[in-house]
Design a protein around this ligand. Structure first.
Ligand code: NIG
Ligand code: FE
Length: 421
C-alpha cells in the first residue's frame, strides 16, 4: 500500500461516535457554537507519542502501512470523547469533613458550621498539621482516582494553609503533582479563602496575603493564577480589587469564587479586571449576565456544589443564550463538593441547568480547557492535541453519555497516550 498512516502507536477504529476531532483545536466555544463540537460517526483516530495524529471517517480510512509496534483498538458501538478538563478543584487537602456532612443532615447550614469553627478553618487546621510528603501522598491518590474517571487536566487551588508556610506547602504539593507529567495541572493561589482566627478582619489579612505571601508564591513560581472567596462574611469587593490588581502586576490572571451565596457586584468587578474566569455563580442577576456577555471572562458552573449543599444551580441556559463560553467543573473539596466526578457534573449541566448534552460536553471539555488557558493542548481531540480520551461502554448516541448520568461511562481511559483504565 502506497499511502496511509505509518507507524502510529495506537489506532482506535470503527468508533461509533468520535467527538472533538478536527484539523486544529476549536478553542473556547461560545453560545450556539457549544452545540457544534465535531461528531464523526463510524470513525478512526490515530495516536502517536501521546498526541492525536490523524482521524476521520472509516469510509475514508487510508489503511495501515506499518504494523510495527501498532496497537489497534476496536471501538464499535462506543463513543470516543475528549477527557474531561476540571478547571476548579481543591484537590490538595488533608482530610475529609464527613462529620460536618452529618451535622448538615441533622440541620446545621454550611454557614453555621463555618461560624462554629468548622468549614475551611477546620480543613486549615488539619492541613497545617500534615507534612508536605503526607499531603502529597493523599493528594496523589485522589488525582489518580480522578484520572481513572477520565479527567485529563486539572486546576488545583491552595487556600487551606492561610499562612505563608502552609500556603507554600500546598502549592508545592500541587506543583509536584504537575511535575509527574501524568496530566497537565495548573495551580491557583487562594490565600484569601477565609480569614483565620487572630486576624482583625478581611482587610488586614488580605494586606498580609498581598504584601508577604503573594511575593513568595511568585518568587518560587508556585502559581499560575490567583483566586479569592468574594462573598459576604469572607472577602469583600475592596479586598478582591486589591488582590486582583496586585496579582495582575505580577502576571497572575484571576479565577474568582463569586456569587455562591449572594450577588455582590463581584462579577462586574472581575470582568472589568479582566479575570480569566468567575466560578460558582449560583446566584446570578440579570446585570451580572449582561457583564459576562460583554466581557471575555469565562463563567464556570460547579453543579456538584449545588447538589451537595442544596443551592440553586448556576443558570447555564441563560449564560449560553447570552453567548457566553460556559464551563463546568467539579469544585472537588472536602466541604462543599466531595467528588471529582466530571461525568456527573456534566450530566447535571443537562439535568439541572438546561444545557443540551453537546453543550454540557463542551462546557466540561473545551471550555474547561479555555478556563485554564489550555485550549490548544486539551479539551478536544484535534490533530496535535493530547491523546487524552474516554472510550465509553456501548452507547447509541453521544447524548446517551450524559443521559445515563449515574452509570459508569468509560470502559477505557487513555491519558497522554497511556491507558490508565
Ligand atoms: O468552592 N466557597 C469556597 N470554597 C469552597 C469550599 C471550601 C470548603 O468548604 O472547604 C467552594 O465551595
Ligand atoms: Fe471552590
Amino acid at each position: 500500500m502506497e499511502s496511509g498512516f505509518a507507524s502510529g502507536r495506537l489506532l482506535i477504529k470503527d468508533i461509533g461516535h468520535l467527538v472533538g476531532f478536527g484539523e486544529a483545536p476549536t478553542g473556547r466555544l461560545m453560545g450556539a457554537d457549544m452545540r457544534r463540537m465535531s461528531v464523526i460517526e463510524d470513525a478512526w483516530l490515530a495516536i502517536e507519542d501521546g498526541k492525536v495524529m490523524d482521524g476521520g471517517r472509516m469510509a475514508d480510512f487510508p489503511g495501515i502501512v506499518d504494523w510495527n509496534g501498532l496497537e489497534v483498538v476496536e471501538a464499535a458501538g462506543r463513543c470516543v470523547l475528549p477527557a474531561w478538563v476540571d478547571s476548579h478543584t481543591h484537590l490538595v487537602h488533608a482530610a475529609s469533613r464527613d462529620g460536618e456532612f452529618v451535622d448538615r443532615i441533622r440541620g446545621l447550614s454550611y454557614q453555621e458550621i463555618a461560624a462554629n469553627g468548622g468549614g475551611i478553618l477546620n480543613s486549615a487546621k488539619a492541613l497545617r498539621a500534615m507534612s508536605e510528603d503526607d499531603l502529597f501522598e493523599v493528594s496523589l491518590a485522589r488525582m489518580e482516582r480522578l484520572m481513572r474517571m477520565g479527567t485529563g487536566a486539572l486546576e488545583i487551588k491552595s487556600g487551606y494553609g492561610l499562612d505563608l508556610e502552609s500556603e507554600l506547602k500546598m502549592l508545592r504539593v500541587a506543583r509536584r503533582l504537575g511535575a509527574l507529567d501524568r496530566i497537565p495541572i495548573k495551580t491557583t493561589f487562594l490565600g484569601c479563602h477565609a480569614v483565620p482566627n487572630g486576624w482583625e478582619g478581611a482587610a488586614a489579612y488580605t494586606r498580609y496575603m498581598v504584601e508577604e505571601v503573594l511575593p513568595a508564591v511568585v518568587a518560587e513560581d508556585l502559581a499560575d493564577h490567583v483566586d479569592i472567596f468574594c462573598e459576604e462574611g469572607y472577602f469583600g469587593l475592596e479586598e478582591t480589587r486589591v488582590l486582583l490588581e496586585a496579582a495582575k502586576l505580577r502576571g497572575l490572571p484571576a479565577k474568582v469564587h463569586v456569587n455562591q451565596f449572594k450577588a455582590s457586584g463581584g462579577v462586574a468587578l472581575c470582568v472589568q479586571q479582566g479575570a480569566l474566569s468567575v466560578d460558582h455563580l449560583e446566584v446570578l442577576r440579570a446585570e451580572d449576565v449582561a457583564e459576562l456577555a460583554m466581557g471575555d471572562t469565562i463563567p464556570v458552573a460547579l453543579p456538584l456544589c449545588s447538589l451537595f449543599l442544596d443551592l440553586p444551580f448556576t443558570p447555564g441556559r441563560t449564560l449560553v443564550d447570552a453567548d457566553c463560553a460556559l464551563a463546568i467543573a467539579t469544585d472537588f473539596n472536602p466541604g462543599s463538593a466531595p467528588s471529582g466526578n466530571m461525568h456527573l457534573a456534566a450530566a447535571l449541566g443537562s439535568i439541572k441547568m438546561g444545557l443540551e448534552p453537546m453543550e454540557a460536553l463542551a462546557a466540561a471539555t473545551t471550555n474547561g480547557a479555555a478556563a485554564l488557558g489550555l485550549e490548544d493542548e486539551v479539551g478536544g481531540l484535534a490533530k496535535g492535541q493530547e491523546a487524552s480520551l474516554l472510550v465509553t461502554r456501548p452507547l447509541g448516541s453521544v447524548n446517551e453519555a450524559l443521559y445515563a448520568f449515574g452509570d459508569p461511562l468509560a470502559e477505557r481511559v487513555l491519558l497522554r497516550g497511556h491507558w490508565v483504565v
